[in-house]
Ligand binder design. Structure first.
Ligand code: DGY
Length: 322
């Protein structure tokens, strides 16, 4: 029997066609996040559910009985929105889409870094408001990027891709913190130094870029004390997950000028963004665009298709996370 699958949001049209050809596919035509009760129902009705980061899947949405779903094929690399233990306890396999969004996410990290350091958002707002009075030697002075030090937290694929761009593109020195030892060709080629603690890294970095997973293990990894430990004039860049940063502490650090600025693509509780952040000039705010290119979204979709196909053909799934 053809597996029944539910796609919780609209995907690129070319991938939707592949899904519709291969599976008995239901698309959430509304393209809005499903309510918890709809997700619980879906687990009783579909063989596979294909969620995204916008679907919250805590333990409470997983039914205790009559579960039909055997595969959760996530569209995205991060999966901290899924209670993995609850999925596993229901016998579900969980997959993600690693690798294919590395470059685009690293590009957005650099875009945020440059925009924050060079006050690009602020400058654009001023110009669009008709408030630019012309070039002058003291107008909107930012921080130089080239030659500075970038500190990476989480030296996985995206961390390395960000570090490479910073080092080879902008001549930046790279220091990093990673729980396990990282010593490979990429790291050696950049002369990147692994530091023993987050604090040591914060003491050296002019720009701190976050590339670790979200969820309980890294919740508020960047808290008030660590913001205080950053160099005066330093910037924080977050393309990882909003909950890695204590947002209230970040707002306080930006308001007081304790750090120079921030570039954010992700928020704790997104799509809600605190009004205090919206009021600040020294933060660049993007609406979770890390993987948002045509090529990458298609590649993410096809990666999920590969996982689904392998699973229902009884082969090993390429991107099993649980
Ligand atoms: C991911 O893949 O985890 C992104 O945050 C969503 O594209």
């Amino acid at each position: 029997m053809t597996p029944r699958i539910l796609v919780t949001r609209r995907w690129p049209a070319s991938v939707e066609r592949v899904l519709a050809d291969r599976f008995d596919t239901t698309f959430n035509q509304d393209d809005t996040p499903l309510a918890p009760s709809q997700l619980s129902d879906a687990f009783r009705q579909f063989d596979a559910v294909l969620p995204t980061v916008s679907d919250k899947l805590p333990a409470s949405v997983f039914p205790d009985k009559d579960v039909r779903t055997r595969l959760l094929a996530n569209f995205g690399v991060g999966f901290s929105h899924i209670d993995i233990d609850a999925a596993r306890a229901r016998g579900m396999t969980v997959t993600n889409t690693p690798g294919v969004l590395t470059d685009c996410t690293a590009d957005i990290a650099l875009a945020l870094l440059l925009a924050a350091a060079r006050r690009a958002g602020e400058g654009e707002r001023q110009l669009r408001a008709g408030a630019w009075t012309g070039w002058c030697p003291t107008h909107m002075i930012g921080s130089k990027v080239s030659g500075k030090t970038i500190g990476i937290i989480g030296m996985g694929r995206i961390g390395k891709a960000t570090a490479k761009r910073a080092h080879f593109g902008f001549d930046m020195k790279v220091v990093f913190y990673n729980r396990s030892k990282v010593d490979d060709e990429t790291v050696r080629a950049m002369g990147a130094r692994q530091l023993a603690s987050v604090e040591e890294m914060l003491a050296e970095a002019d720009f701190v870029s976050l590339h670790c997973p979200g969820g309980a293990e890294n919740r508020h990894l960047i808290n008030a004390a660590r913001l205080r430990a950053m160099k005066p004039g330093a910037f924080l860049i977050n393309t990882a997950r909003g909950d890695v940063v204590d947002q209230e502490a970040l707002i306080a650090a930006l308001e007081s000028g304790q750090i120079a600025g921030a570039g954010l693509d992700v928020y704790d509780g997104e799509p809600a963004v605190p009004a205090a952040l919206l009021r600040l000039e020294n933060v660049v705010l993007l609406p979770h665009l890390g993987s948002a290119t045509e090529e990458t979204r298609v590649a993410m979709g096809m990666r999920a298709v590969d996982n689904l196909t392998a699973f229902f053909e009884g082969r090993a799934v390429p991107d099993k996370v649980a």
